[in-house]
Design a protein around this ligand. Structure first.
Ligand code: NAP
Length: 259
């Protein structure tokens, strides 16, 4: 399917690895020029070079922490006028409700709620002016069904979801869509870190932790970054202009809900 995106420009945040990288790859495969971002310069430069070689698109890597104002300023300097914004950042650490401090919540809100909101505030006006734009926020299945040990994530992402629900309807008249993609477990470094926390807490092996988690998913496996990226590219495509303000689960059926 031709996604109709050739020649567009996208900012894909937190994209040297994992789900962000999957989105960057899929957009590049559709002919989209990219601004890619991550904190670690080495992995970012490597990913940018691989994508340039594989897809023949322009890729501008910006090494910066997207959760800070200074980092966002660096990224935005390279990303003015983009047609597509994919927001993403690392997720908060797992823990226990009784341990989290105000500072822990502020850090989670900064990373997973206020950073994507700040990026939208900067980039939506240009999209509105040009009469076309796409925003995809990478959130989590925890928005639909809480994951107790990820209470910081549950809270911050719920805040972003509420913001998107209203804002998506305000920008839709201008040809701009905002939607959220909600990953369940995918094979990435983040999934590895979560599984290693289970290994430590319960004294089981990594293989056992993975097998136990996979057994709870109707698809009986983890998702891949490629599958995730393909869904993101479709939401950014010309075909998805009538999909507005939605929260789309990519979870192998893990959230047991009718709607
Ligand atoms: P990942 O494999 O750990 O990759 C994270 C990517 O983001 C890396 O490129 C990393 O590079 C970059 N990054 C992290 N923090 C950043 C920051 N502050 N500024 C800029 N770049 C940053 O993570 P993932 O699995 O792809 O997860 C992506 C998001 O989806 C996370 O918020 C995660 O919580 C959520 N999620 C993931 C899963 C899953 O199963 N994988 C499930 C539900 C939700 P640097 O470290 O070099 O910055």
């Amino acid at each position: 399917m031709d996604l109709g995106l050739s020649g567009k420009r996208a900012l894909v945040c937190a994209s040297s690895k994992g789900l962000g990288r999957g989105c960057a790859e899929a957009l590049a495969a559709a002919g989209v020029d990219l601004v890619m971002n991550a904190r670690g310069v080495e992995a970012l430069e490597e990913a940018a070079a691989e994508i340039r070689t594989a897809h023949g698109v322009q890729v501008t890597p910006v090494a910066a922490d997207i959760t800070t104002q200074a980092g966002r300023a660096q990224v935005l300097a390279a990303a003015q006028g983009v047609d597509i914004l994919v927001t993403n950042a690392g997720g908060p650490p797992p823990g226990m409700w009784s341990d989290w401090t105000r500072d822990d919540f502020i850090a989670a809100l900064d990373a997973n709620m206020l950073a994507p909101i700040a990026l939208m505030k900067e980039l939506l006006p240009g999209m509105i002016e040009r009469g076309w734009g796409r925003v995809v926020n990478i959130t989590s299945q925890s928005v639909k069904a809480p994951i107790a040990v990820l209470g910081l994530s549950n809270a911050a992402r719920a805040g972003l979801t509420g913001y998107v629900a209203g804002t998506a309807r305000q920008v839709a008249p201008h040809g701009v869509t905002i939607n959220n993609l909600l990953p369940g477990i995918h094979t990435t470094d983040r999934a590895d870190a979560l599984d290693r926390a289970v290994v430590e807490a319960e004294g089981i092996t990594l293989d056992q932790a993975r097998a136990r988690r996979a057994a709870t998913i109707p698809a009986r496996r983890y998702g891949t970054a490629d599958e995730f990226g393909a869904a993101c590219a479709f939401l950014c495509s010309q075909h998805a202009g009538f999909i507005v303000g939605q929260n789309i689960l990519l979870d192998g059926g893990a959230v047991n809900a009718t709607l």
